[in-house]
Design a protein around this ligand. Structure first.
Ligand SMILES: NC(=O)c1ccc[n+]([C@@H]2O[C@H](COP(=O)([O-])OP(=O)(O)OC[C@H]3O[C@@H](n4cnc5c(N)ncnc54)[C@H](O)[C@@H]3O)[C@@H](O)[C@H]2O)c1
Length: 274
């Protein structure tokens, strides 16, 4: 069901759309009037579910298989989408991974992280974002429908974190956003958003991983001024705003969507576990 027209008639590509914020973003783009939506992931079964949800929300949808570790896949993903949709107006680089998805959680410090884990996280979180922008750029430059790129960064790219590759990759995404904004100005805007802890399969797995749930909760959202996990739709709405013509004077921005985490240096004494 349509709830607004932020993305009216735009042709939109969303990476990492099989679950979490990527799924919500694809559905919100449809609710916000996007005409054609390309969704990509490595998880084919869950991508099917997203495709049904997007179609129910009134947009035409195309599933594209791409492993973001492969530059060839990324190029084919962009070209296949642009061929199907007749162009590309909005690139949402949403997909991202954490260090501990590829290794023992006890081996995710600067002293213990394996080189191949560093490389994998950097390939998916950073190099793939650059590659997707690179291949999308000619299509974005040709667009007459308010073209832009919106990247998923993180508060972990704004302050220190315990995950070396993740934190560094997200800092670099913020800088890549600025560099791409410079290179593609003035026609193509490039922005990113920095979520705090958001309720997705990624964060739920993290919350469930420890034995001391209260300690986990405190570490994840005890620093939110709004003391709860954020919701995927709260991030999806922000991402759609950044991509919309309503944000026509915003480029090179890193916008926190973080319940106020970056606005203070405190931790709540009590955190409810919901
Ligand atoms: N969840 C949070 O609290 C949080 C906080 C800050 C930033 N973020 C960022 O927001 C984005 C979305 O996070 P999420 O929590 O929805 O993540 P998620 O783990 O729930 O979903 C990520 C999606 O990316 C896909 N993916 C992973 N590797 C891939 C690859 N090689 N090729 C193609 N697809 C691949 C996964 O299959 C999955 O569908 C990420 O960039 C993440 O770093 C999340």
């Amino acid at each position: 069901m349509k709830v607004g027209n932020l993305l009216g008639d735009k042709r939109v590509l969303v990476t990492g759309a099989a679950r979490g914020m990527g799924r919500e973003l694809a559905v919100e783009a449809a609710r916000q009037g996007a005409a054609r939506i390309g969704i990509t992931d490595i998880d084919a079964a869950e991508l099917d579910v997203t495709a049904s949800l997007v179609a129910e929300s009134g947009a035409q949808v195309r599933q594209l298989r791409a492993d973001l570790r492969s530059t060839t896949d990324i190029r084919e993903m962009v070209e296949e989408f642009a061929g199907w949709a007749g162009g590309l107006d909005t690139l949402f680089n949403n997909a991202g991974v954490l260090d501990h998805m590829f290794t023992d959680p006890d081996r995710t410090g600067v002293e213990t992280l394996a080189e191949e884990v560093w490389d994998t996280v950097m390939d998916i979180n950073l190099k793939a974002v650059w590659s997707a922008i690179k291949f999308a750029a000619p299509h974005l430059r040709a667009s007459e429908r308010g073209p832009s790129v919106v990247n998923a960064a993180s508060v972990a790219g704004l302050a220190g974190t315990h995950m070396p590759a993740y934190g560094v990759s997200k800092s670099a995404v913020i800088q890549l956003t600025r560099v791409a904004a410079v290179n593609l100005a003035p026609h193509v805007r490039v922005n990113c958003y920095c979520p705090g802890s958001i309720r997705t399969p990624m964060s739920e797995a993290h919350l469930a991983a420890g034995t001391d749930k209260l300690a986990r909760a405190r570490s994840m959202y005890g620093t939110h001024l709004i003391p709860r996990l954020g919701l995927p739709v709260e991030v999806a709405r922000t991402a759609c705003f950044l991509a919309s013509d309503e944000a026509s004077f915003l480029t090179g921005v890193a916008l926190p969507v973080d319940g106020g985490t970056m606005a203070w240096r405190g931790v709540h004494d009590s955190v409810a576990i919901d």
